[in-house]
Write a protein that binds this ligand. Structure first.
Ligand SMILES: [Zn+2]
Length: 305
């Protein structure tokens, strides 16, 4: 079994309470029902147990981070906004050459954006599990290590370590963050993007399907205070936590409401719905506006030594 919580919160060890039972409505890669529990103490959401023993059973070949599709219009604009954010972090590192590790980086789309944002980047490496993504990433000049985050080992040090939408996919996020800290240069930063369980869309879609569950691929979903609690015993400083748009979670939640709830394995992923771009754009704008005065369902966290 790849993940089993035994009903205990992975952050504070409090017994969890049932939050919802749902299925893989996004990819229909598995037919099992899955239960998510909520910790009454720190409000972390977590999967009760993963009923699969092979990661490739829940990450089908058409999984979004394995594909390399041309981005258009507002999605390009999103990349530019992300590039500005990464640039603001990169400029705090006063060296002539920069190395970047992207854990779970797929075909290297984010590393491409970073390389455009800062010309000092002269080494980029990806850890991921898909062999097809390896070929595409290597063609673009990234080093690709085909393994899981848990089994990866290196003696190299990196100036930037990206854990973008990865810590919610693994069984022991605390251990991964410790590992990333050991691989970080003294002036470096760990950039984490992860869902926030204490968000408006999580509350609204709890009894339907909240896209932030990405069921059954998200195993542990933090909130701002439970993330800080997990890091409290580490030699790490939280440089900043800010909220960013969670448009994809809104789009998955809403489009799924209008879909027939059958687990037909041949159905296309929610991401390929013709409505997905329009719903996403609407909620991206709404969330970016909300992020100035409220929490949203995605957090950007920057850590340093
Ligand atoms: Zn807890």
């Amino acid at each position: 079994m790849l993940f089993q919580s035994h009903g205990i919160c992975p952050v504070c060890n409090t017994p969890g309470k049932h939050w919802c039972t749902t299925q893989d409505w996004e990819y229909r890669a598995t037919t099992h029902y899955y239960s998510y529990l909520n910790c009454p103490a720190c409000h972390t959401l977590f999967l009760e147990e993963l009923k699969e023993d092979n990661l490739l059973n829940i990450y089908p070949p058409n999984y979004y981070s394995f594909s390399q599709k041309t981005k258009k219009g507002l999605f390009k604009l999103k990349d530019r906004l992300d590039a500005l954010f990464y640039k603001s972090v990169l400029k705090k590192i006063p060296t002539t050459g920069l190395s970047v590790l992207d854990v779970g980086g797929g075909t290297g789309n984010v590393l491409d954006t970073l390389k455009k944002a800062d010309k000092r980047i002269n080494y980029t490496e990806i850890i991921d599990i898909d062999l097809n993504a390896k070929e595409i990433a290597e063609k673009k000049g990234h080093v690709y290590v085909c393994t899981s985050a848990e089994t990866y080992h290196t003696n190299k040090k990196f100036d930037i370590i990206l854990l973008l939408n990865i810590i919610e996919h693994i069984s022991n996020p605390a251990r991964l963050i410790q590992k990333a800290t050991d691989m970080l240069t003294d002036n470096g930063f760990i950039i984490i993007k992860t869902p926030n369980a204490k968000s408006l869309d999580a509350r609204l879609f709890k009894n339907y399907y909240w896209g932030g569950l990405h069921c059954p691929r998200h195993w542990i979903i933090f909130n701002e205070s439970s993330f800080k609690l997990m890091c409290s015993d580490k030699k790490l400083n939280i440089e900043s936590i800010r909220f960013t748009q969670g448009a994809a979670f809104w789009a998955y939640s809403i489009i799924n409401l209008f879909r027939k709830q059958d687990i037909n394995l041949k159905k296309k992923p929610l991401l390929e719905s013709p409505f997905f771009p329009f719903v996403s754009i609407f909620f991206a704008i709404m969330d970016l506006f909300r992020s100035f005065f409220s929490t949203t369902s995605q957090m950007f966290i920057i850590l340093k030594k």
